[in-house]
Design a protein around this ligand. Structure first.
Ligand code: 13P
Length: 251
Protein backbone atom coordinates (compact mmCIF):
# COMPACT_ATOMS: atom_id res chain seq x y z
CA UNK A 1 0.00 0.00 0.00
CA UNK A 2 1.48 3.31 -1.05
CA UNK A 3 1.89 6.03 1.55
CA UNK A 4 -0.49 8.96 1.38
CA UNK A 5 0.30 12.65 1.55
CA UNK A 6 -1.24 14.13 4.68
CA UNK A 7 -1.85 17.67 5.84
CA UNK A 8 -3.02 17.98 9.42
CA UNK A 9 -3.86 21.09 11.40
CA UNK A 10 -3.22 21.25 15.13
CA UNK A 11 -5.31 24.12 16.43
CA UNK A 12 -3.82 24.01 19.95
CA UNK A 13 -5.61 26.47 22.30
CA UNK A 14 -6.95 28.46 19.35
CA UNK A 15 -10.30 28.70 17.59
CA UNK A 16 -13.41 29.17 19.69
CA UNK A 17 -16.51 27.19 18.80
CA UNK A 18 -17.71 30.13 16.67
CA UNK A 19 -14.37 30.15 14.83
CA UNK A 20 -14.47 26.38 14.41
CA UNK A 21 -17.96 26.72 12.91
CA UNK A 22 -16.69 29.31 10.42
CA UNK A 23 -13.89 26.91 9.46
CA UNK A 24 -16.36 24.03 9.00
CA UNK A 25 -18.52 26.14 6.70
CA UNK A 26 -15.59 25.79 4.25
CA UNK A 27 -14.80 22.15 5.00
CA UNK A 28 -16.32 20.86 1.78
CA UNK A 29 -14.31 23.34 -0.30
CA UNK A 30 -11.16 22.22 1.50
CA UNK A 31 -11.76 18.51 1.06
CA UNK A 32 -12.60 19.04 -2.62
CA UNK A 33 -9.34 20.96 -3.12
CA UNK A 34 -7.44 18.26 -1.24
CA UNK A 35 -9.00 15.47 -3.33
CA UNK A 36 -7.65 17.12 -6.50
CA UNK A 37 -4.16 16.86 -5.02
CA UNK A 38 -4.69 13.35 -3.67
CA UNK A 39 -4.12 14.73 -0.20
CA UNK A 40 -5.65 13.56 3.09
CA UNK A 41 -6.49 16.52 5.32
CA UNK A 42 -7.51 16.74 8.93
CA UNK A 43 -7.66 18.93 12.01
CA UNK A 44 -7.22 18.52 15.75
CA UNK A 45 -9.52 21.07 17.44
CA UNK A 46 -9.81 21.86 21.14
CA UNK A 47 -12.23 19.57 22.99
CA UNK A 48 -15.08 22.10 23.10
CA UNK A 49 -15.24 22.17 19.30
CA UNK A 50 -14.46 18.51 18.71
CA UNK A 51 -18.06 17.26 18.50
CA UNK A 52 -19.15 20.09 16.19
CA UNK A 53 -16.18 19.68 13.86
CA UNK A 54 -16.60 15.89 13.77
CA UNK A 55 -20.25 16.35 12.86
CA UNK A 56 -19.54 18.86 10.09
CA UNK A 57 -16.23 17.51 8.86
CA UNK A 58 -17.24 16.93 5.21
CA UNK A 59 -14.45 14.41 4.71
CA UNK A 60 -11.85 15.97 7.02
CA UNK A 61 -10.14 13.66 9.47
CA UNK A 62 -10.83 14.83 13.01
CA UNK A 63 -8.50 14.03 15.90
CA UNK A 64 -8.34 15.21 19.51
CA UNK A 65 -5.23 17.11 20.58
CA UNK A 66 -4.72 14.87 23.58
CA UNK A 67 -6.38 11.94 25.32
CA UNK A 68 -6.04 9.99 28.56
CA UNK A 69 -5.08 6.34 28.37
CA UNK A 70 -7.75 5.15 30.83
CA UNK A 71 -11.40 4.89 29.86
CA UNK A 72 -12.75 6.60 32.99
CA UNK A 73 -11.83 7.49 36.54
CA UNK A 74 -10.86 10.24 38.94
CA UNK A 75 -8.70 12.32 36.58
CA UNK A 76 -10.03 15.85 36.84
CA UNK A 77 -9.67 17.80 33.62
CA UNK A 78 -8.93 14.81 31.42
CA UNK A 79 -10.87 13.30 28.54
CA UNK A 80 -10.98 9.61 27.64
CA UNK A 81 -10.88 7.62 24.42
CA UNK A 82 -14.57 6.53 24.63
CA UNK A 83 -15.49 10.22 25.03
CA UNK A 84 -13.67 11.38 21.92
CA UNK A 85 -14.82 8.29 20.04
CA UNK A 86 -18.45 8.98 20.95
CA UNK A 87 -18.34 12.44 19.38
CA UNK A 88 -16.78 11.13 16.18
CA UNK A 89 -13.04 11.70 16.54
CA UNK A 90 -10.91 9.11 14.77
CA UNK A 91 -7.81 9.46 16.91
CA UNK A 92 -5.61 11.83 18.86
CA UNK A 93 -2.28 13.58 18.78
CA UNK A 94 0.13 12.03 21.28
CA UNK A 95 3.21 13.54 22.88
CA UNK A 96 3.09 17.00 21.37
CA UNK A 97 6.09 18.93 22.62
CA UNK A 98 3.82 21.47 24.32
CA UNK A 99 2.24 18.62 26.33
CA UNK A 100 5.70 17.32 27.14
CA UNK A 101 6.96 20.78 28.18
CA UNK A 102 3.95 22.20 30.04
CA UNK A 103 2.13 19.09 31.26
CA UNK A 104 5.24 17.02 31.92
CA UNK A 105 4.21 14.14 29.69
CA UNK A 106 7.00 11.67 29.12
CA UNK A 107 7.69 8.89 26.65
CA UNK A 108 6.03 6.31 28.93
CA UNK A 109 2.82 8.39 29.00
CA UNK A 110 2.95 8.50 25.19
CA UNK A 111 3.33 4.74 25.09
CA UNK A 112 0.25 4.21 27.29
CA UNK A 113 -1.79 6.55 25.09
CA UNK A 114 -0.65 4.97 21.84
CA UNK A 115 -1.40 1.49 23.17
CA UNK A 116 -4.85 2.53 24.39
CA UNK A 117 -5.69 4.28 21.11
CA UNK A 118 -4.63 1.40 18.88
CA UNK A 119 -6.41 -1.08 21.13
CA UNK A 120 -9.59 0.96 20.61
CA UNK A 121 -9.03 0.93 16.84
CA UNK A 122 -8.25 4.66 16.85
CA UNK A 123 -5.40 6.52 15.20
CA UNK A 124 -2.48 8.31 16.83
CA UNK A 125 -0.20 11.03 15.54
CA UNK A 126 2.89 10.49 17.65
CA UNK A 127 4.96 13.68 17.93
CA UNK A 128 8.70 13.49 18.47
CA UNK A 129 11.46 16.05 18.29
CA UNK A 130 14.46 17.55 19.99
CA UNK A 131 14.92 20.89 21.77
CA UNK A 132 17.27 23.58 20.50
CA UNK A 133 19.89 22.63 23.08
CA UNK A 134 19.73 18.99 22.00
CA UNK A 135 19.84 19.98 18.33
CA UNK A 136 22.90 22.15 18.86
CA UNK A 137 24.61 19.37 20.78
CA UNK A 138 24.10 17.06 17.77
CA UNK A 139 21.75 14.85 19.78
CA UNK A 140 18.64 15.02 17.59
CA UNK A 141 18.80 11.42 16.40
CA UNK A 142 19.55 10.04 19.88
CA UNK A 143 16.62 11.92 21.41
CA UNK A 144 14.24 10.79 18.69
CA UNK A 145 15.50 7.24 18.97
CA UNK A 146 14.70 7.10 22.68
CA UNK A 147 11.31 8.80 22.20
CA UNK A 148 10.39 6.21 19.58
CA UNK A 149 11.84 3.18 21.37
CA UNK A 150 9.80 3.94 24.48
CA UNK A 151 6.74 5.39 22.72
CA UNK A 152 6.24 2.33 20.54
CA UNK A 153 7.12 -0.27 23.18
CA UNK A 154 4.81 -3.27 22.95
CA UNK A 155 3.00 -1.97 19.86
CA UNK A 156 2.61 -4.67 17.23
CA UNK A 157 3.29 -4.16 13.55
CA UNK A 158 -0.45 -4.49 12.88
CA UNK A 159 -1.18 -1.71 15.38
CA UNK A 160 1.62 0.45 14.00
CA UNK A 161 -0.52 0.81 10.86
CA UNK A 162 -2.79 3.13 12.92
CA UNK A 163 0.09 5.39 13.88
CA UNK A 164 1.57 8.37 12.06
CA UNK A 165 4.82 9.87 13.31
CA UNK A 166 5.30 13.64 13.29
CA UNK A 167 8.82 15.03 13.52
CA UNK A 168 8.48 18.41 15.18
CA UNK A 169 11.76 19.96 16.26
CA UNK A 170 10.81 21.97 19.36
CA UNK A 171 12.98 24.90 18.24
CA UNK A 172 10.95 25.33 15.07
CA UNK A 173 7.45 25.32 16.57
CA UNK A 174 5.75 28.70 16.42
CA UNK A 175 9.14 30.39 16.11
CA UNK A 176 9.27 31.00 12.37
CA UNK A 177 12.65 29.19 12.46
CA UNK A 178 11.66 26.21 10.42
CA UNK A 179 14.02 23.31 10.00
CA UNK A 180 15.54 23.25 6.53
CA UNK A 181 14.08 20.79 4.05
CA UNK A 182 17.34 18.88 4.35
CA UNK A 183 17.08 18.55 8.13
CA UNK A 184 13.42 17.50 7.86
CA UNK A 185 14.25 14.90 5.22
CA UNK A 186 17.27 13.55 7.09
CA UNK A 187 15.38 13.08 10.34
CA UNK A 188 12.29 11.63 8.66
CA UNK A 189 14.58 9.20 6.81
CA UNK A 190 16.23 8.35 10.11
CA UNK A 191 12.82 7.66 11.69
CA UNK A 192 11.97 5.40 8.77
CA UNK A 193 15.21 3.47 9.23
CA UNK A 194 14.40 3.10 12.91
CA UNK A 195 10.99 1.63 12.06
CA UNK A 196 12.74 -0.83 9.75
CA UNK A 197 15.10 -1.79 12.58
CA UNK A 198 12.25 -2.18 15.09
CA UNK A 199 9.65 -3.74 12.78
CA UNK A 200 10.31 -4.52 9.13
CA UNK A 201 11.13 -3.02 5.76
CA UNK A 202 7.45 -3.21 4.86
CA UNK A 203 6.41 -1.32 8.01
CA UNK A 204 9.07 1.32 7.29
CA UNK A 205 7.83 1.78 3.74
CA UNK A 206 4.23 2.08 4.88
CA UNK A 207 4.43 4.37 7.88
CA UNK A 208 3.56 7.99 7.21
CA UNK A 209 5.99 10.52 8.67
CA UNK A 210 5.13 14.23 8.85
CA UNK A 211 7.21 17.33 9.44
CA UNK A 212 5.89 20.07 11.72
CA UNK A 213 7.27 23.44 12.81
CA UNK A 214 6.54 26.82 11.20
CA UNK A 215 5.06 25.24 8.09
CA UNK A 216 3.37 27.95 6.04
CA UNK A 217 1.81 28.20 2.57
CA UNK A 218 5.12 29.64 1.30
CA UNK A 219 7.31 26.76 2.44
CA UNK A 220 5.05 23.68 2.50
CA UNK A 221 5.87 22.61 -1.03
CA UNK A 222 9.56 22.12 -0.29
CA UNK A 223 8.84 19.77 2.60
CA UNK A 224 6.33 17.65 0.75
CA UNK A 225 8.76 17.28 -2.14
CA UNK A 226 11.15 15.34 0.14
CA UNK A 227 11.17 11.58 -0.30
CA UNK A 228 10.63 10.65 3.34
CA UNK A 229 8.36 13.52 4.36
CA UNK A 230 4.77 12.37 3.82
CA UNK A 231 3.09 15.55 4.89
CA UNK A 232 2.91 18.29 7.47
CA UNK A 233 1.49 18.95 10.92
CA UNK A 234 0.67 22.63 10.96
CA UNK A 235 -0.20 24.94 13.84
CA UNK A 236 -0.67 28.66 13.15
CA UNK A 237 -1.23 28.39 9.39
CA UNK A 238 -4.04 25.82 9.82
CA UNK A 239 -6.39 27.97 11.88
CA UNK A 240 -8.50 29.59 9.19
CA UNK A 241 -10.05 27.91 6.18
CA UNK A 242 -8.43 30.53 3.92
CA UNK A 243 -4.92 29.76 5.14
CA UNK A 244 -5.59 25.99 5.14
CA UNK A 245 -6.74 26.27 1.53
CA UNK A 246 -3.51 28.04 0.60
CA UNK A 247 -1.55 25.23 2.24
CA UNK A 248 -3.46 22.69 0.14
CA UNK A 249 -3.00 24.66 -3.06
CA UNK A 250 0.75 24.93 -2.51
CA UNK A 251 1.27 21.22 -1.82
P1 13P B 1 3.42 25.96 14.09
O1 13P B 1 3.05 25.52 12.69
O2 13P B 1 2.54 27.06 14.59
O3 13P B 1 4.88 26.22 14.21
O4 13P B 1 3.10 24.70 15.05
C1 13P B 1 3.57 23.46 14.71
C2 13P B 1 2.99 22.44 15.62
O5 13P B 1 3.31 22.40 16.79
C3 13P B 1 2.01 21.51 15.09
O6 13P B 1 1.71 20.50 15.98
Amino acid sequence: MARKKILFGNWKMNNTLAEAKAFCAEAETLTAAAAKKDLIIGVAPAYLSLAYVAEHKAGLKVYAEEVHYLNHGAYTGNVSIPMIQEVGAEGSLVGHSERRAYEKENDFDCNLRLKALTKAGMGGIFCVGETLKEFEAGMAEDIIRSQILVGLMGISEADLAHIIIAYEPVWSIGTGKNASEEIAENICKYIRSLIEELYSKKAAQQIEILYGGSVKPVNIHGYLAQEDVDGALVGGASLTAASFKELIENC
